[in-house]
Design a protein. Structure first.
Ligand code: WT7
Length: 648
């Protein structure tokens, strides 16, 4: 089964000549500093916070005036854009900040820190003209082009919180996020290419905007040069806004440490996505420190993270954490298999990438195509590999280690979440011995716990709920406009401890093995999708009475979406309807949420109190005849019918 981990794997020693950070050069050093970070967190974080530049020093490292809400670096002021740009100019002005590779091979751009600063300043001025002020929200709906990073940094520069919406989300999903965040400006593009196919992004934005009257200014990047409509008085071409007379510099606004830097919507266990709120000081310190230590960043590194900036991975390890360290980030617009499964390896060779960070699903899909693809490329520039997004099965881990790292590069299996802001559990390369399939040990200041239902600690090897005992600087501070949901989702099950939603176990060496989500969240190709969101999309279709969505193991995607659909009387369940339902979900959420399989059902297994028994549905969807204990089920006959339906 995908994601299942054996604990008997050999321990791989890290490579010699690796990490040169004094404190991460051996396991002993790691343990020593880890202990100090736990015993004296204020001292530890107070020191580490010096990694970023403060325009006003903080007076208090950590406080919890109203538990579970916390504050980091109170009293301090800083600007994230200044930290990612201005402060590098004296020493790194001509250094490349972003290398951009379009989906077409010959479309390449290299942007120095100086150029990036100039473009960010120009956009900041445009945002000022649109009336964006400190404390406002700006929505960004862009493909993987440099303008997405420029937009984020321009917002940060003037103190507006950005909310990036992944360009693969539908117009409906975009509208919901604009409305919830209260954004008044949208930055989007005419279109973009995916596997050579034109995606008409502006048309989707227009559809969303018809339900978002609060947006009074739209900047449109000309990317695909497809024909679009600009609405007079509201829409303007990005390139025209960036040209013209411009004072030359836009002053970064000093922001309070706890001021929101961005909102990022993610799926939970209800039908409504939550706006995870990250703050300026804590998030920047945490993403910068983890990037520096876990990826062992050096001045000459070329870092290629394949995630889309529309997800937290791109926020933290393409934009903020990387640029704040003054590193060079590679950004790729297209699909990993466009035009062929050698694409990512060609990028590694072309730009001499030294650190490569991707998701297990990408590794599995490329491994399936065979070793000949990576073998064709010179990959000797690589010195470190990383994974994120879902558990990696040891087999894929080894394929990655042998065929991409050629047996020479450590792999950092980094566990974290949108809410955590940065990596919480991961090896430190060069110090922590690796075990294929384990995210290994906690980062400094992080105290994970594996808990039982009753809140007591699980034994070694026993699976339980993964929780984090105390806050760290990068933790999300709240859910936008919904602090109640923040408390209920994360801090209620085990009072005051952060509940991750993942299952885990710890082995005899203190290594963590993440077993996957144990709430109603599915990870499809590393993307996070709430079952309730898909269910509410399905029932919004006329003719659908009820729907229940569960994950099924999938050899490439890790998990796939399996939907049981009960139809209203008079609606006929046939293959046509299945296609229509899948299209409807795509329209409501986006292509990533399309069910892999839909099964029409006459009835769903429910307890006598009417709760859907997901455990039973999961077993049926996975093709197992063993559905476990059904003594609490209202009508046990339903199972037989569902099993027969599954086999059809
Ligand atoms: C969920 C968070 C964090 C960036 C991308 C995903 C799963 C993440 C790992 C890992 C096992 C992992 C968890 C987590 N996950 N990294 N290394 N090993 N599982 O962010 O969309 O917020 O999803 O991804 O289930 O809860 P996200």
């Amino acid at each position: 089964m995908v994601g299942q981990k054996k604990q008997k794997d050999p321990v791989l020693r890290p490579q010699k000549n690796f990490s040169r950070h004094a404190y991460t050069s051996s396991l002993r050093q790691y343990r020593k500093l880890y202990r100090r970070s736990i015993k004296k967190p204020e001292e530890f974080w107070g020191e580490q916070a010096k990694l970023v530049s403060w325009s006003k020093p903080f007076s208090k490292v950590f406080s919890t005036p109203k538990k579970p809400f916390c504050k980091w670096f109170s009293g301090g002021k800083l600007n994230a854009s200044f930290n990612c740009l201005d402060r590098h100019i004296p020493s790194r002005g001509e250094k490349t900040a972003i290398i951009w590779q379009g989906e077409k091979e010959d479309e390449v751009a290299s942007i120095s820190y100086r150029e990036l600063l100039d473009r960010v300043c120009r956009l900041s001025s445009a945002l000022h003209r649109y009336g964006v002020k400190k404390g406002d929200r700006v929505c960004i709906y862009l493909p993987m082009i440099p303008e997405i990073a420029i937009s984020m940094l321009a917002c940060a520069r003037i103190g507006a919180a950005h909310t990036v919406v992944f360009a693969g989300f539908s117009s409906h999903a975009l509208a919901k996020r604009i409305q919830d965040s209260g954004a008044k400006v949208l930055i989007t593009a005419d279109g973009f290419f995916r596997r050579g196919k034109l995606i008409n992004l502006k048309a989707m934005a227009d559809e969303a905007l018809s339900q978002c009257p609060a947006i009074n200014n739209v900047a449109v990047v000309r990317r695909a040069k497809n024909k679009i409509a600009l609405k007079g008085g509201r829409d303007r071409w990005w390139h025209k806004e960036m040209a013209g007379n411009f004072p030359g510099y836009s002053k970064p606004v000093a922001m309070a440490s706890e001021a929101p830097l961005f909102l990022l919507y993610t799926s939970g266990t209800t039908g409504t996505p939550k706006g995870v709120e990250h703050t300026t000081g804590g998030y920047l310190v945490y993403s910068t420190l983890t990037a520096k230590m876990i990826f062992d960043l050096k001045e000459t590194d070329i870092f290629f993270c394949t995630a889309d900036i529309g997800w937290i991975t791109g926020h933290s390890y393409i934009v903020y954490g990387l640029l704040c360290n003054g590193a060079t980030a590679v950004m790729y617009e297209g699909a990993p298999d466009a035009p062929d499964p050698g694409r990512l390896w060609r990028i590694v060779e072309k730009f001499k990438v030294s650190i490569f960070y991707t998701a297990p699903t990408v590794i599995r899909s490329l491994a399936k195509e065979g070793e000949q693809w990576p073998r064709r490329h010179e990959l000797s520039s690589l010195r470190l590999l990383g994974t994120v997004g879902e558990p990696i099965n040891p087999e894929s881990w080894r394929w990655y280690f042998n065929n991409i790292g050629r047996g020479k590069c450590p792999i950092v299996d980094t566990w974290w979440q949108t809410e955590t802001g940065g990596i919480l559990i991961s090896p430190l390369p060069g110090a922590v011995p690796l075990k294929p399939g384990s995210a290994t040990v906690p980062f400094f200041g992080i105290e994970p716990e594996v808990l039982r239902e009753d809140g007591t600690r699980a034994k070694i090897g026993e699976e339980g709920y993964l929780a984090i005992k105390k806050p760290w600087p990068g933790i999300a501070r709240t859910i936008w406009k919904n602090p109640k949901r923040y408390i209920e989702t994360y801090f209620s099950k085990f009072k005051g401890k952060y509940l991750t939603g993942d299952g885990a176990k710890m082995d005899e060496d203190g290594y963590y093995w993440i077993t996957g989500r144990i709430d109603d969240v599915i990870k499809v190709s590393g993307h996070r999708i709430g079952t309730a969101e898909v269910e509410s999309a399905l029932v919004s279709y006329h003719g659908v009475a009820e729907a229940a969505v569960v994950p099924v193991p999938h050899p490439i995607k890790g998990e796939a979406i399996y939907a049981f659909v009960m139809l209203k009387k008079g609606t006929i369940g046939n293959d046509n309807l299945k296609v229509e339902l899948a299209e409807h979900v795509k329209k409501e959420i986006g292509a990533i949420a399309k069910p892999e399989a839909i099964q029409f059902a006459e009835g769903l297994p429910k307890t006598r109190s009417g709760k859907i028994m997901r455990r039973v549905l999961k077993a049926i969807a996975s093709g197992s005849a063993d559905v476990g204990d059904v003594s609490t089920m209202a009508d046990a006959g339903v199972v037989q019918a569902l099993l027969e339906g599954r086999n059809k």
